[in-house]
Write a protein that binds this ligand. Structure first.
Ligand code: HEM
Ligand SMILES: *[C@@H]1O[C@H](CO)[C@@H](O)[C@H](O)[C@H]1NC(C)=O
Ligand SMILES: *[C@@H]1O[C@H](CO)[C@@H](O)[C@H](O)[C@H]1NC(C)=O
Length: 343
């Protein structure tokens, strides 16, 4: 009978491998996320009531002096959260006893904004010494960065602690790189408890900021012409990209990832992907990869519906900010200087 065939248990082999697969995923999930991180919106309401105003004011100055600073602070928060959770680990300098994350391949010569963070921390330490963690400060600053260049607002849950450690090796393995394929990228987000939808929405952060030639050279001398529409404007764009990024040399030359509106947080990043003109291979993969099914639909959705993008981006930023190692609430601290653990 057909019914009893359907009712048959899966073969032992399948059962076994599925079990291993899901146990590995759940072990990851348990290690990385408290199911309910003890974060609250009013965490500093009695201990540092002006924290939000102070961070906002400093970020206003920073973004006014250079709009790219908004992008750099947003990226710092992302690189913090993907390594040991959002615990300020990315902010630690190398010392004799501590190997920081700043020199990891994805970060070296690339992460910016550390002096802005020092500036905000100084202001907070003079207003409410020893109260606000660097991890929380960076989370608020990232939210403000987005608003200041025209993006959405969201409420920021607070109460993170700063780590007393950093991880060069997790910074090397957990962070996605532009040469990785779609499945690898997806797996790096799933590992952090983030979904495919979260990934596509969060990658929309590339609507602001710059990338260095070394990160898009293979793309512009590779399949750019294949994915892009063949029209004169695209030809001009591509030849401009090539002149700023020669086949050899100029590794640190930078170009905006969203050439429509590089300093505006909008959905034009997705429209660029629809045109096949994404600067990073990893971004274009979400639309053009043969494996891009769900991601392709999401790219289209956000390209046509800016409100849906803003809503999902806000939700996904809160979710990314929730990534915490439960131990950090026990072993963590509030650093006085974001670059060094307290003595
Ligand atoms: C999907 C996987 C991702 C990959 C492979 C990736 C890769 C990159 C690369 C290669 C750059 C250029 C860095 C340089 O050339 O120095 C970059 C810049 C940037 N990324 Fe991502 N990224 C990803 C996701 C994200 C996420 C989730 C966010 C934040 C929510 C983000 C925010 C940014 C920002 C704002 C910049 C510009 C930084 C600046 O101008 O200083 N990225 N990313
Ligand atoms: C990029 O680097 C090359 C080689 O170092 C240099 O000749 C060129 O002027 C740079 N282009 C830009 C736009 O900075
Ligand atoms: C993030 O954490 C806060 C505080 O624990 C919780 O209220 C919220 O539902 C979480 N949000 C997401 C999207 O996980």
């Amino acid at each position: 009978m057909a019914l009893s065939q359907y009712a048959k248990p899966p073969t032992p082999f399948l059962q076994h491998s599925a079990f291993i697969f899901f146990s590995i995923l759940s072990v990851y999930a348990i290690n990385l996320h408290a199911t309910d991180p003890p974060l609250t919106l009013d965490y500093y309401s009695s201990t540092c009531p002006n924290v939000l105003e102070i961070v906002r004011k400093e970020m206003e100055c920073a973004v006014l002096s250079d709009p790219r600073n908004a992008a750099s602070i947003l990226r710092l928060h992302f690189h913090d959260c993907f390594v040991q959770g959002c615990d300020g680990s990315v902010l630690l300098d190398d010392t004799i006893t501590l190997r920081g994350e700043k020199k990891a391949p994805t970060n070296i010569r690339s992460l910016r904004g550390f002096r802005i963070i020092d500036g905000i921390k100084n202001k907070l330490e003079s207003e409410c010494p020893g109260i606000v963690s660097c991890a929380d400060m960076l989370t608020i600053a990232a939210r403000d960065a987005v608003i200041l260049v025209g993006g959405p607002y969201w409420h920021v849950p607070l109460g993170r602690k700063d780590s007393r450690t950093a991880s060069f090796s997790l910074a090397t393995t957990n962070l996605p790189t532009p040469d990785q394929g779609l499945l690898t990228l997806i797996s790096k987000f799933l590992y952090q408890g983030l979904s495919v939808t979260d990934m596509v929405a969060l990658a929309g952060a590339h609507t602001i900021g710059m990338a260095r030639c070394v990160n898009f050279r293979e793309r512009i001398y590779g399949d750019f012409q294949e994915t892009a529409h063949k029209n004169p404007l695209t030809e001009i764009y591509l030849s401009n990209l090539k002149s700023g990024c020669p086949p050899i040399g100029g590794d640190d030359n930078t170009t905006a990832m969203d050439y429509f509106s590089p300093n505006l947080f909008d959905n034009s990043f997705y429209q660029i992907l629809l045109r096949g003109e994404g600067l990073l291979n990893s971004d274009q993969e979400m639309y053009s990869s043969k494996l891009a099914l769900e991601t392709k639909e999401l790219v289209k959705k956000y390209a046509f519906d800016p409100i849906a993008f803003f809503q999902q981006f806000s939700d996904s930023m809160v979710k990314m900010g929730n990534i915490t190692d439960p131990d950090s609430f026990v072993t963590g601290e509030v650093r006085k200087n974001c670059r060094f653990i307290n003595t």
